[in-house]
Design a protein around this ligand. Sequence first.
Ligand code: HEC
Ligand code: HEC
Ligand code: HEC
Ligand code: HEC
Length: 213
Amino acid sequence: MKKLIIVLVCLGMTIVLLYAGVAGSKHDFNRPNTGRVCIFCHAPHNANPNQLFYYLWNRVYVPTITALYDGTYTDPMTSASWVTYACLSCHDGTQTAADMGTLYSYGPKTVGLNVLDPPDITSGTNDSLTSSHPVDMDVAPNILPSTDFTAPSTWPANNLPLFDLSNQQTGADSVVTCATCHDPHNQNVFTPAYKFLRADTTNSTICTTCHIK
Ligand code: HEC
Ligand code: HEC
Ligand code: HEC
Ligand code: HEC
């Protein structure tokens, strides 16, 4: 009987783990689980045909960022990564819940119940990222002072992946971007689950993973 209970408990945990994904999350726009979930961002066919883009992107990519945060440590940041554009195709303040329906391919043109507007993380009337944590800076070896930062080579190992400025590959350019801190596919990476973050916010652990403070 004890064994059976353990097996049942383990099975329950497996189901919970499998469930931790896009379905059921705030990025599931067909909640509560009535249809497909990936199609609102990616299409297997007939994705946005108009622009060069990666990830089979099924939304309008608008490179409207007027200003990136110019951090102290790296060169002035002049261009944004594809990941930033992908997130901003919903989080730039121009998009509401009503705009979340499938744009290009077949698929639901309206979203499910209780979907809220995407929070706007830009500032000013023009899309500016100067009031957000810097993104799209290259953190290649020897760029950041080791008195202020842990070694960037350890960040991916601590579940904070680095990206490429020009395409979808992780790692090539060692760039910190939105998806370094957030996993758009899983809002439950950490307990307590918080804002799709990849690392714990308790005592701001996520910050001290990179910053020595
Ligand atoms: C709310 C938008 C959104 C939804 C919904 C979404 N994705 Fe993504 N996906 C992204 C973004 C943004 C990226 C690029 C950043 C990254 O790699 O995390 C991405 C990257 C990817 C990649 C390439 C990089 C990697 O992680 O392997 C794959 C594959 C992928 N998504 C598959 C899926 C599948 C399968 C689903 C449905 C179960 C899905 N996505 C749902 C936004 C979304
Ligand atoms: C993945 C690693 C990483 C994480 C996680 C991270 N940071 Fe940063 N942060 C950086 C890097 C790299 C810079 C330097 C940007 C530059 O100078 O180009 C930076 C810059 C900053 C700056 C601006 C400093 C300046 O030059 O103006 C502040 C403030 C900051 N981070 C605070 C935080 C806080 C608060 C958190 C937690 C919510 C956090 N960071 C999480 C890597 C990270
Ligand atoms: C297809 C549009 C779309 C894309 C693309 C998208 N988001 Fe979202 N996101 C939303 C919407 C809509 C919500 C609010 C949903 C709700 O609360 O009902 C949201 C919510 C969030 C939240 C708040 C979650 C919470 O618990 O309050 C975070 C954080 C977030 N998104 C980060 C990202 C990041 C980072 C990316 C890119 C890697 C991204 N999103 C890409 C539409 C999108
Ligand atoms: C250095 C880590 C880091 C980076 C990089 C980062 N974020 Fe966040 N983000 C956070 C943290 C931490 C929070 C939670 C803030 C809080 O509620 O205290 C957050 C919150 C959010 C929210 C929720 C805001 C709300 O009002 O609920 C959205 C949306 C979001 N981020 C999107 C993005 C996008 C888009 C990018 C890229 C342009 C990005 N983030 C880059 C750490 C980061």
